[in-house]
Design a binder for this molecule. Structure first.
Ligand code: AMP
Length: 574
């Protein structure tokens, strides 16, 4: 079935933001009006989208696993009951923040839509975040409640203890909910998630959901920026701007209501929440969830449930292709894969398309908003080498600008990506300094990512501005160099960084994981190889560090921040 719906939700007037959250930058009223007039914003909250599917296809399975299956009607109803409990027991109301630290699970979805019903803003702490990040977001948001995974999920880490300890430092945190099978395992002061969801807490409801009118132009979720530089920043997304992207992502990937979408990275990361969960709910599709995001668990999910659509990061694509038991899994149900967050290796795209005949959306994505991707029907060469076009080409305002952030560069040249539009955020929460630096007076956001718009209309990613090594005045884009180095027979994985240097500013350094069976790779060997590939002398690594495993961020991307710290420590000790 196509993902068009039989009726529209256009409202005559714009909903102008009404939030009074201190340190939040709302969309300007004129832009709200414009986006509604143009039909980009439909004035729908997250639960409106869910309720639409629950009305149109109540018996359709909304979520499978890991412990339960829920139809759309059940998911909608459970989230209603939980919303009432949250308002009644915890006194939560519009514009309050609550911190989520769920694994990929049906409970996440119940809680996510419950929050929407009462205008409460969930904060997307990820399972791999620890004390420092938890403390930071509790402090930043003054959250009144937390949700954590208890004994139902064997995640190898005690999230209840983490949030219990850190939570004690904050008076504003008054309520704690955990997903547990055995309530006896909970510390004092915690409430069972199931009891709240099932309305078993005993109090008379203090609210009638019919009376709560959530403003879709207010923030509906607080995403967290990747931890590549210091503490995560809070990225507020309104219902309107996020739902706009759900709709366009569903259209671009052609998500169908009989598909099974599955998040491959943590469900609270934008890659999953927006491109997989949001697109699936928009299309009324089924979502299969698996808390353990290892390749065999994901392949088994695809085989068991007929998984058709997901957004794995590039490393996961490689892990699947190189899995020793790959042949034992039937992955033929795959229809469309989106991948990005890091440069995708072209070889992986060709292999996936060849093997499983899938549509490949190579995506450049940021939690702040930009989603630029190839389409399933594009030529595979474009899917392998470019990130295609913005998901809403008519609505998304996208420019590639020069270093001064003043002029657009000549088409084909690399420059900084700058964006504005109905699907992009308007500022980090309580971070005036960062907002001053990266927004201009007209509302354009400067992403610090370097891209180029090719003559054929597809964008190509070069890397972060900070991922550009400047050696004696020469610019070297690390990801481009990594693409060549990774093709060396001894190289399993590589990260190229700048090594601070008194004379040249920076020199090129490479951290390398070797292919099994090799135990060394010298600068000279690499230099010879790169010479053979026609790579200029100044780009060739002057130092190579062999490591067993490259450090990763909470979603599994290579953490260059850790490598930069590491090289500084090594230099100091030498
Ligand atoms: P996050 O904050 O986790 O959403 O990460 C966003 C960042 O990931 C972007 O600002 C880019 O630096 C990087 N990124 C996303 N997609 C790609 C891609 N296809 N190629 C290279 N880098 C990417």
């Amino acid at each position: 079935m196509p993902n068009e719906h039989s009726y529209t939700y256009m409202q005559e007037s714009a909903c102008t933001p009404t939030t009074d959250i201190e340190g939040y930058v709302p969309f300007p009223d004129d832009r709200c009006q414009e986006y509604v007039d143009e039909g980009y914003w439909r004035n729908l909250t997250f639960h409106d989208v869910l309720d639409r599917a629950a009305t149109e296809t109540p018996e359709q399975t909304a979520v499978i696993g890991p412990h339960r299956e829920l139809t759309y009607e059940e998911l909608a109803e459970n989230s209603r009951q939980l919303a009432i409990s949250l308002a009644t027991e915890a006194g939560l109301e519009e514009n309050d923040f609550v911190v989520f630290q769920f694994p990929n699970s049906s409970e996440f979805l119940e809680a996510f839509f419950a929050c929407s019903r009462i205008g409460v803003i969930p904060v997307m702490l990820l399972p791999r975040h620890r004390e420092a990040e938890a403390r930071h977001v509790l402090d930043l948001t003054e959250a009144k409640a937390v949700f954590a995974a208890g004994d139902r999920y064997q995640l190898g880490f005690d999230h209840v203890s983490l949030l219990d300890d850190v939570g004690d430092e904050f008076d504003h945190l008054t309520h704690r909910f955990a997903v547990v099978d055995d309530e006896e395992t909970l510390p004092e002061g915690w409430t069972s998630f199931d009891a709240a969801r099932d309305g078993d807490l005993g109090s008379e409801p203090s609210v009638d959901l019919e009376d709560i009118d959530v403003n879709p132009s207010n923030p509906g979720v607080l995403l967290l920026s990747g931890g590549t530089t210091g503490m995560p920043k809070g990225i507020p997304r309104t219902y309107n701007d996020y739902v706009f992207q759900w709709e366009y992502m569903a259209k671009v990937a052609n998500v169908q209501s009989d598909w099974v979408a599955f998040p491959s990275v943590p469900i609270g990361h934008n890659a999953s929440l927006n491109c997989v969960i949001g697109a699936a709910i928009w299309a009324g599709a089924t979502i299969a969830v698996e808390p353990v995001l290892k390749p065999d668990a994901l392949m088994s999910l695809i085989e068991r449930h007929g998984g058709s659509y997901s957004l794995p990061i590039p490393t996961q694509l490689i892990d699947i292709l190189e899995h020793p038991d790959l042949e034992e899994y039937d992955l033929s149900s795959l229809e469309v894969l989106v991948s990005g967050g890091q440069k995708v290796r072209p070889k992986a795209v060709y292999e996936f398309v060849d093997r499983w005949d899938i549509g490949f959306c190579n995506i450049f994505g940021m939690a702040e908003g930009p989603l630029i991707c190839t389409r399933p029907e594009d030529d595979v060469d474009d899917q392998a080498h470019t990130v295609g076009r913005p998901i809403a080409p008519d609505a998304d305002e996208v420019r590639i600008v020069d270093e001064a952030r003043e002029e657009e560069v000549t088409r084909g040249d690399a420059g900084e990506l700058s964006v504005r539009g109905p699907g992009f955020f308007t500022g980090y929460l309580r971070h005036a300094e960062e907002n001053d630096e990266n927004f201009d007076d007209d509302g354009w956001f400067y992403t610090e990512d370097v891209l180029a718009l090719n003559d054929d209309g597809n964008y190509e990613v070069y890397g972060r501005l900070k991922d550009t090594i400047i050696r004696g005045g020469e610019n070297i884009y690390a990801p481009g160099l990594e693409d060549v180095i990774i093709e060396h027979e001894k190289v399993e994985n590589v990260a190229v960084i700048g090594i601070p240097d008194d004379r040249l500013g920076e020199r090129v350094g490479a951290y390398i994981e070797l292919v099994d069976g090799y135990d060394s790779l010298t600068v000279d060997e690499m230099g010879e190889y790169l010479k053979g590939q026609g790579i200029a002398v100044f780009k060739r690594p002057e130092r190579i560090e062999i490591v067993n495993e490259l450090p990763r961020t909470e979603v599994g991307k290579i953490s260059k921040a850790d490598l930069r710290d590491d090289i500084v420590k090594r230099l100091e000790s030498e």
